[in-house]
Design a protein around this ligand. Structure first.
Ligand code: SF4
Ligand code: SF4
Length: 326
């Protein structure tokens, strides 16, 4: 892939140029780090990965799918906004890739597609694992970006990953210099990010060690809300009290960790126990999605561990599991 050189002192100039053409979303530091619309390029914080995932920009927390009035259905306009996302880590980019598989490849979700269509993805490579919970290096992450910025001490190297990226490089060509340098596969590896041991976890489905996690689990759903790849949702109708034929159908994030999520017609709850729900999340992230899409859903960002109120570390639990006899 083609690589360009960006002098460090030109980074803010690059961001300012982006701001003329896009709404720029970047990691900003407040009580925690989160991706927010950027006003001042000096506010960008790249010292650690964001606490909250990027998914809320595409797969919204709450969304009106349509309004109804009797038999009349009104679908909202779905304007797409030109946005440049700056400072996405390799895990964030792969999480977008996996949600694209779900919402744009498996089915054509018009709401997700509209939010995603005019988005430009600019990555920032981690030179070392930014959090002790990261394990992206244990998973099968791919290159999935329009531009990727590598911090090489004196300069940045910027790799072009798509036609959108090529267009940006051309448009802002005065800021970049040519270079013969390339980014090797070795340089894409992130030291300290491979703590999940390679194992066939299907051998451990009935392992007694799952209790170590589930005994601490509060079924709060923080892990799935913070996960950049989790995509469970529910739909419900909100009607006007003055006219119950009029209202809105909404889609909201939900969580496989909530018992209510598995309640179906006839009052049957098919994952009643915390252990079943906890295991289901891990198996969906590491096994079930892979059976269909050839890659694990999990991108190893560690957010579900860092944000868990009881700090359940499923990586430690899996690493310590041994095959039990009988
Ligand atoms: S965040 Fe932790 S306690 Fe809450 S549901 Fe997830 S694993 Fe359980
Ligand atoms: S399961 Fe945990 S480590 Fe994996 S992508 Fe989700 S939040 Fe990140």
């Amino acid at each position: 892939m083609e690589v360009l050189l960006l002098k460090k002192e030109r980074l803010n100039g690059f961001i300012e140029k982006l701001q003329q053409d896009f709404e720029v979303i970047a990691p900003l530091k407040g009580d925690v780090i989160r991706f927010l619309p950027l006003k001042n390029p000096d506010d960008i914080f790249l010292g650690k990965n964001a606490y909250f995932p990027i998914k809320e920009y595409f797969f919204k927390k709450n969304e009106v799918l349509f309004q109804f009035n009797g038999t009349k259905i009104i679908v909202p306009e779905l304007p797409s906004k030109k946005r440049a996302f700056f400072g996405l880590r390799r895990c964030d980019l792969n999480a977008i890739k996996h949600q694209d598989m779900v919402f744009m490849n498996d089915i054509h979700d018009p709401y997700y597609t509209a939010a995603r269509k005019d988005s430009y993805l600019i990555g920032y490579h981690c030179n070392t694992a930014p959090s002790p919970y990261c394990f992206c290096g244990s998973l099968e992450l791919a290159d999935y970006f329009d531009l990727m910025v590598y911090d090489k001490k004196d300069d940045f190297l910027v790799e072009i990953g798509s036609s959108k990226g090529k267009g940006m490089a051309k448009k802002y060509a005065s800021l970049f210099s040519k270079t013969s340098k390339k980014i090797s596969e070795e340089e894409k590896k992130i030291p300290g990010s491979d703590r999940l041991e390679k194992k066939d976890i299907s051998l451990f489905y009935n392992n007694s060690d799952w209790k170590k996690g589930t005994d601490l689990c509060l079924s709060c759903g923080a892990c799935t809300a913070l996960c950049p790849t989790c995509y469970c949702f529910e739909t419900h109708d909100e009607v006007k009290t003055s006219n119950i034929n009029e209202g809105e159908r909404k889609r909201n994030w939900s969580s496989c960790q909530l018992q209510e999520f598995t309640r179906v017609a006839g009052e049957h709850v098919y994952r009643k126990d915390r252990e079943e729900r906890f295991k289901h999340r891990i198996f969906h992230q590491l096994e079930y999605f892979k059976e269909k899409h050839k890659v694990p859903l999990c991108v190893g960002c560690g957010r579900c561990i860092e944000g868990c109120p009881t700090r359940i570390d499923f990586v430690d639990i899996l690493n310590n599991m041994k095959v039990e006899n009988g």
